[in-house]
Design a protein around this ligand. Structure first.
Ligand code: URP
Ligand code: ZN
Ligand code: ZN
Length: 495
């Protein structure tokens, strides 16, 4: 064997041949050469690899990034989600996702640093794909704002979620401003759960006064106006301090309009939506008995008009990211129904599973039915997440030098969803019986084959932690409101 031939044979560890390779920008027919876990070459007729995958007739896409999922997290009501880092990341991988960003969640009185350290202990031995962490801040004490948060941002935890509702997580506007000011100074991205707490509480109490306790009343208490109002307020709080904000899990036209109108004014306001707002409605929550509890999340699924508004928001760029908000609880007293059959709507654990079906649902109903094109799918599934959270271009695209995180999709594969085929620990799926077309058949993380033809090939604990960089998306516009500008000119900058 000649020296040249030997060199060629060791050029790549893996070649993916003849696939239709799509990024957020382009679709091309080409081969991908992988070496040392990264993409080493893109081109036609590449040669020389220890292993080849023939992707003829398949789509070769960046592995998905699920930047909103709750894994091994204690909810504000004290319930632990059904999935640990092993089951959640295995399920994610089977659904074409190769990076997850769950939340290291601070409960009041806790040190944020300690919460993060403990979350690493949970993730390290179990994750099969790579992961980064957002923070949840529920206790913005002087120590958290002054020391812990800036130090954690510098260490690669560059995004955090704040809540405008839930008794044990809710921040008032003043606390939000305090946190936004730190985000501005340090360059971190703020994610907001926007629902008006008092509107929800008032409606809940009126319903309970009348003895209305069934799951369906969850959707009534969490009124669309409560989401619209809080979204507008979060946008204004961000605008006051010139801080970019991402409104997460958007469900309704009112909130979409508030985001769109801010974007039209040139503000850095981003939007995220999730499968439950495209594929479920409040009618699902009306199912008899407690069955409706399986569909209770906050904000709740709305109606078909809201679904159309969400599709439009995906089509016209109001939404940058499509995440699962996977918040899995078993359908029993350990999870969804803390008081068993006597559980009232306001006691149901909030959240539904979706980490594995997020992309197959969007692919089938979005790309398959012509609502979005393949490049928009890639942007919403992967690329924009990496850009927003400081993981680009290592993650979220197919480019020379990027990690070889790749999902090979069979666009023709027909699948009827059932809970038994899924890999999370919830025990049910809200999408039971749904026919889908298109499925990820081979999934690679850093060049390792994680899933192939329905089999898991990656070892527990083989996923790696990803520190996140500061992202351009989080950089302030530099457009101060007159009040702040005045203070700054007078030599007394307020932020
Ligand atoms: O109902 C939901 N979405 N539960 C998960 C927690 C959250 O607010 O995202
Ligand atoms: Zn939330
Ligand atoms: Zn969530």
């Amino acid at each position: 064997m000649s020296a040249l031939r030997e060199r060629r044979e060791s050029a790549y560890d893996l070649l993916i041949r003849n696939g239709r390779v799509a990024t957020a920008a382009d679709t091309t027919l080409c081969d991908i050469g992988v070496k040392g876990g990264r993409i080493a070459a893109l081109g036609r007729g590449l040669e020389g690899a220890a292993r080849e995958i023939d992707a003829s007739g398949k789509l070769v896409l960046p592995g998905g990034i699920d930047s909103h999922c709750h894994i091994e997290q204690l909810s504000s009501a004290g319930v632990v989600s059904a999935d640990d880092f092993e089951s959640a990341t295995v399920a994610a991988a089977f659904g074409g996702t190769t990076t997850v960003i769950p939340f290291a969640a601070q409960h009041r009185g806790q040190s944020l640093r300690r919460v993060v350290a403990e979350y690493h202990e949970a993730a390290r031995p179990k994750a099969v794909i790579d992961y980064a962490f957002h923070l949840i801040i529920s206790d913005p004490s002087p120590e958290v704002l002054g020391q812990e948060l800036p130090a954690l941002i510098a260490d690669g935890y560059t995004s955090f979620k704040v809540y405008m509702t839930y008794d044990r997580l809710k921040l008032d506007d003043r606390q939000m401003l305090d946190i936004f000011a730190v985000a501005r100074r340090e360059g971190a991205l703020v994610m907001v759960h926007a629902e008006n707490h008092d509107m929800i509480g008032w409606l809940r109490d009126r319903l309970l006064d009348r003895g209305l306790v069934a799951p369906r009343y969850h959707a009534l208490a969490h009124a669309a106006l409560a989401e619209g109002e809080a979204t507008g307020r979060a946008v204004s709080l961000g605008a006051l301090l010139d801080v970019p904000v991402l409104i997460v899990h958007v469900s309704t036209g009112e909130a979409i309009e508030a985001i769109r109108s801010a974007q039209t004014k040139g503000l850095k306001v981003y939007g995220e939506t999730c499968p439950q707002y495209l594929f479920l409605t409040a009618e699902d929550i009306e199912k008899p008995g407690l069955e409706g509890a399986k569909f209770c999340c906050s904000p709740p699924p709305r109606d078909t008009h809201a679904q159309e508004a969400v599709w439009r928001g995906l089509q016209n760029g109001t939404f940058q990211v499509f995440s699962s908000d996977h918040a899995p609880y078993r359908f029993d007293a350990s999870g969804k129904l803390p008081k068993g059959d006597a559980t009232r709507f306001d006691e149901i654990a909030n959240g539904i599973p979706g980490i594995e079906l997020r992309l197959p649902l969007l692919f089938s109903e979005g790309v398959g039915k012509g609502r979005i094109d393949l490049n928009a799918f890639v942007a919403l599934a992967a690329t924009n997440h990496a850009k927003l959270y400081g993981l680009y271009p290592r993650k979220g695209t197919i480019a020379v030098g990027s990690d070889a995180d790749i999902a090979i999709w069979d666009p023709e594969r027909a699948v009827t969803v059932n809970a038994a085929m899924l890999h999370d620990n919830t025990g049910y799926t809200p999408y039971e019986g749904r026919p889908l077309k298109g499925w990820p058949v081979t999934v690679l993380s850093r060049g390792r084959i994680v899933v192939e033809e329905g089999k898991l090939l990656a070892a527990r604990g083989s996923g790696e932690f990803l520190p996140c960089a500061l992202s351009d998306a989080a950089r302030p516009l530099g457009r101060l409101q007159p009040e702040l500008l005045f203070a700054a000119r007078a030599g007394n900058p307020l932020v």
